[in-house]
Ligand binder design. Sequence first.
Ligand SMILES: Nc1nc2c(ncn2[C@@H]2O[C@H](COP(=O)(O)OP(=O)(O)OP(=O)(O)O)[C@@H](O)[C@H]2O)c(=O)[nH]1
Ligand SMILES: [Mg+2]
Length: 476
Amino acid sequence: MSTICAIATPSGGALGVIRVSGPQAIQATAAIFRPAGPTPLQAKKGSTLSFGSIIDPDTHETIDEVLVSLFRAPHSYTGEDSTEISCHGSAYILQRVLQLLLAQGCTMARPGEYTQRAFMNGKMDLSQAEAVADLIASTTAANHRMAMSQMRGSFSQELRTLRDQLLHITALLELELDFADHEDLEFADRTELQDLAERILNRITQLCNSFRLGNALKRGVPIAIVGETNAGKSTLLNALIGEERALVSHIHGTTRDTVEESITVGDTLIRFIDTAGIRATTDTVEQMGIERTFAKISEAEIVLWLIDSTQALSQFEALRDRLLPACTEKSSLLLLFNKADLLTPDGHTALQQAIDERISPTLTASAVPFSTRILSAQSSADIIQLRQLLTLSLHEMQQATGSAGDVIVSNLRHYEALSQAQASIQRVIAALRTDLSGDFISQDLRECIHHLSDIVGEVTPESVLHTLFQHFCIGK
Ligand SMILES: Nc1nc2c(ncn2[C@@H]2O[C@H](COP(=O)(O)OP(=O)(O)OP(=O)(O)O)[C@@H](O)[C@H]2O)c(=O)[nH]1
Ligand SMILES: [Mg+2]
């Protein structure tokens, strides 16, 4: 096994850290380090910190004054002997130290190689290793929470429990097979097995379902802004993100393609999607934009339907049959009656009445979770209130998808493996119901276990591991 080294910190900081890991890590570091005290680095205990200088062994030039952290196998991040050299953050110093280490026989670490070694040495399973990358990439409290919980092994524990239960069923069935000659011997009570398999299926399904939330939190919860042309969608997008991102004009059909922008609201990353206004048109390009609007609605978690308050009922009636069926699966549909500043006090009262008596009943009947607001996209007070309303909707969404502390799946690879496991356990249940013979059932059981094992990296092909760690940063 080679000894690897890399600069682990981004450039430009006051300090820079170089990591060394592998069988020669301590020896290579000691060769370029002169400790301030009498004890040489090789003689120090693990998990200790030493002050001293980095010296070029050929020229005896002092390169920097540093702190060296020493870790002895297996008590290190990688499970190998490792050191971390904290230097001053100069790019020149860091490069010099790196070169000295290379001259001592160390090799440059590949991206993610430290974590890959930690995985290979059993310091963490694959799902935990992937959480390390997520943790480094996390920009919001929600992402940080998910990554932290996964890194600390809550998901791994969950998978372990499921696999233990599956192994239990397999063992019982295989015992039955071994004694197949003894006709009336049935070791495994079929209804009991079925109950257990159903419980496993339920949990796997819950985990699969949590991916919708997990993925939304990770990539930004998609919120689509839709409605007729000129309703003020682009004005609203710009106001929500606090930037003139989309073109605004009084001309109908200004936005022709979707415009996306992410911001953090509360502790959650949101991806706002401004869309082409929906109207009957003969323009081919505009028509393509409108088709894209509907594609974005299907992708969205929350839909903001903007309606011009001065034409509220007619706009609502014009689009309800197309929009409401597209929103039944959404966390919520917010009907925003925009341009309230153009309403007279009487007009305002009439609008409220139309909402209460005509619009809300239709929405209630359609079973789409909704709320309504009268506002002006040009009023900063209204935008602040809308942000609060969105925070509330996001909170409800997280509440509905998984209670706090619950495992949330946020990784596509995990989701795909879970979906396969789900299909296998469904086949097991079907087979148990029809009283199929044990060997058919145990094959599907083994497949289910295989897919769960893939998540933690026990049966993952080398090529998959390789691409997976490639996406890590160097030094991690
Ligand atoms: N009075 C008033 N005008 C508004 C308000 N919001 C938007 N507008 C105006 O309405 C017009 C259309 O606004 P846009 O934001 O471009 O509307 P849109 O829904 O994106 O339109 P398309 O891209 O054509 O679908 C512009 O002239 C805006 O200045 C509002 O709250 N009050
Ligand atoms: Mg627009």
